[in-house]
Design a binder for this molecule. Structure first.
Ligand SMILES: [Cu+2]
Length: 313
């Protein structure tokens, strides 16, 4: 009543300061939203924190989601505000007022978006370069290595349609199971015996292409014990979808026991494997198929399939 009394009797009602209102709503919502995204959502962002590379990816995703929150809120707050306050009155067929540029808004827009894009470019480059290549395969000569003299070597071999793992520091045995010790840096040497596969250990945050005759190196340090899922992430043929297995991160002593026992158990097989090497010639490996079939060592998940092997279905 008081405002109506003080307003001119016939003149149009003064517009509220929409810009200032929007700014206040947006700033308050952004502060709350950023805190919620960073502290509440952040710890649940995939791929989790099972390894050093997974934890790095989780924090990168969390930072990016936090930066995106004010932009998301800005769009939807403006949208909601316009729907409520700038709705056309029934029967109003007139055009809105024409707009002729606004130097302040234009300059602010250019400055803010430039700063955001350039800062993200620097952030992305630094993270890719220094923090273990974000868990991806870095090729045969990685630009980043863990600062440790005690690195576990695990060779990942992709083949249609299974992954096998060789442990060169334990006599070079080859197995369909992967176990890793908690707390020790691991160097994965990823290669293939046939087509291109991609070794993706989801919870470890490691994904590296497996190419024949290429040694693709990826590093991580497992931080927590538990199970991780391995999938092939490169369409590699008919049974690509079935190309998955499960790995384990265990205590250092459990790992040592497993590795030594497996080394002894598989000693007879290891003897007839090609000597450990960073890559293998697929045409040589193929000739192993019939030998292993005679020894009864092939089968589901055995991984010694050969396209030239007449005994394979
Ligand atoms: Cu595959």
């Amino acid at each position: 009543m008081a405002t109506e009394a003080s307003a001119p009797a016939q003149g149009p009602k003064a517009e509220p300061r929409h810009g200032m209102r929007l700014l206040i709503i947006w700033v308050v919502a952004s502060v709350i939203g950023c805190l919620l995204v960073y502290f509440v959502l952040g710890p649940h962002v995939p791929p989790g924190a099972m390894s050093s590379s997974a934890a790095n990816q989780q924090s990168d995703f969390t930072i990016l989601a936090t930066i995106a929150t004010p932009i998301f809120l800005g769009v939807f707050i403006y949208f909601g505000y316009a729907l409520i306050f700038w709705r056309a009155k029934p029967g109003d067929e007139t055009d809105g007022p024409p707009i002729h540029g606004n130097t302040t808004i234009q300059l602010t827009w250019i400055a803010v978006t430039s700063v955001i894009v350039l800062a993200l470019a620097v952030f992305g480059t630094v993270e890719l370069w220094t923090v273990q290549g974000a868990g991806a395969g870095e090729g045969p000569q990685p630009i980043w290595k863990p600062n440790s003299s005690d690195i576990l070597q695990v060779q990942v071999i992709g083949q249609q349609w299974a992954f096998t793992y060789r442990y060169p520091q334990f006599g070079g045995f080859e197995t369909t199971q992967i176990e890793l010790p908690v707390g020790q840096p691991v160097q994965f040497n990823v290669t293939s015996l046939d087509v291109i596969h991609s070794w993706w250990a989801y919870q470890l945050g490691v994904k590296a292409d497996a190419n024949p005759l290429v040694n693709n190196v990826a590093y991580t340090t497992p931080k927590h014990t538990g199970t991780f899922v391995v999938r092939c992430s490169e369409l590699c043929g008919l049974w690509h979808g079935a190309m998955f297995d499960y790995g384990k991160v265990v205590s250092v002593s459990a790992f040592q026991t497993w590795a030594h026992q497996t080394e002894i158990q598989l000693a007879a097989v290891t003897k007839i494997l090609p000597p450990f090497s960073l890559t293998y010639d697929p045409t040589q490996i193929a000739t192993l198929g019939p030998v292993l079939t005679k020894l009864g060592l092939t089968g589901a998940g055995g991984g010694y399939y050969s396209p030239n092997d007449p005994e394979q279905p």
